[in-house]
Design a protein around this ligand. Sequence first.
Ligand code: SF4
Length: 192
Amino acid sequence: MKLLLHICCGPCSLYPLTRLRKDGLEPVGYFFNPNIHPYMEFERRVNVLMEVSRRLDFSIRWQADYGLDEWMDVIGTARLPVDRCPRCYRMRLEATAREAVAGGFDAFSSTLLYSRYQQHDKIHGVGEELAARFKVNFFYEDFRKGWVEGIEMAKALGIYRQPYCGCMFSERERYLKRANRLGDLLRSADCP
Ligand code: SF4
């Protein structure tokens, strides 16, 4: 099977790639992630994935323009994860399905299915829906079972593991308690 595997980031690619290779599959990676902000973080994650590609001999197709405006257009006024993330998944998986069709692949999939922090069932549903629309198979596997193994692999390679999903909203959610503490300090009498 010729499989195009959407890659959300280097660390999340490790377990799915290894797992698929054990079954004799050699996926081609596809990097399309206009959801990663700000630019320096985007560049850093691209560099990490380049390193993974070199060290694991993993072939990757790059759609690596910094698509902040396009992503913002898709997200619109959706701010909460329940509204925002499904739009973000759809944008990235649709691009992958289109690339799979154009490249003559039998199926497409995504390393988003590896993360314990994503809305797994939503990703699965969007993938199946796009498969029907574009007439190309969606390869589904619950890669979350390799969560710990994937983290160990990333540590062994010594690669950067990002602390938030990608967009500025996810960064704010990641550091919300810290931001609240800072706000309290700035409002308090202790602030110089
Ligand atoms: S949290 Fe992640 S999946 Fe959700 S909108 Fe932000 S970048 Fe996309």
